[in-house]
Design a binder for this molecule. Structure first.
Ligand SMILES: [Cu+2]
Length: 178
């Protein structure tokens, strides 16, 4: 597919704006209870490392193989849990690699916490306290969540933090934190 020059420049501009936005969101989110400081620093590093490739390629989403599936190993939908909440990510039919590693049929996990509206799938995912990146290739995390009901959903992103085509996304589960 050929993208007209002006459109590809526009796409690159939008993409770089999104990356800048994502990073500034992060630096302002001192309140991010679900996001330890070390993780925020790592996300900055991974964004910096992938900015060039996202700009030069524009946004063509990486293909996901048929049958690829991301899911929660734990907790299960409807579980009642207490802090700290251990969350384990499962992936079938694809490989987990760190952000910035361009490899077919691979990506890294993103955890969507209490997110009502899905992010734009044609851009790098933002980095906020509700969209947490696991750019080192982690397959589990622990969260400190307010008591009450919360929703969790997993979304795989490619080396640029862009969801695949079709998006590899888990069911949204609801847990109750005591
Ligand atoms: Cu990411």
């Amino acid at each position: 597919m050929r993208i007209p020059f002006q459109h590809s420049v526009l796409a690159a501009l939008i993409a770089s704006t999104a990356l800048l936005q994502a990073c500034s969101d992060n630096s302002e989110s001192g309140k991010a209870s679900a996001q330890p400081e070390s993780q925020a620093a790592e996300q900055h590093a991974s964004h910096d490392a992938t900015t060039d490739s996202a700009e030069s390629t524009g946004i063509t989403r990486s293909p996901a193989p048929e049958g690829a599936k991301v899911f929660f190993v734990a907790p299960a939908d409807g579980d009642t849990v207490s802090n700290p909440v251990t969350v384990e990510f499962g992936l079938e039919g694809m490989e987990v690699v760190p952000a910035g590693t361009e490899e077919d049929n691979s990506g890294h996990h993103h955890l969507l916490i209490d997110l009502d509206t899905l992010p734009d799938m044609n851009m790098p995912l933002p980095s906020t306290d509700q969209v947490v990146h696991f750019g080192k290739g982690q397959t589990a995390t622990t969260l400190e969540l307010e008591p009450g009901e919360h929703t969790l959903q997993l979304l795989l992103g490619d080396y640029r933090h862009v969801p695949h085509e079709p998006a590899v996304m888990s069911e949204k589960i609801t847990i109750t934190v005591e």
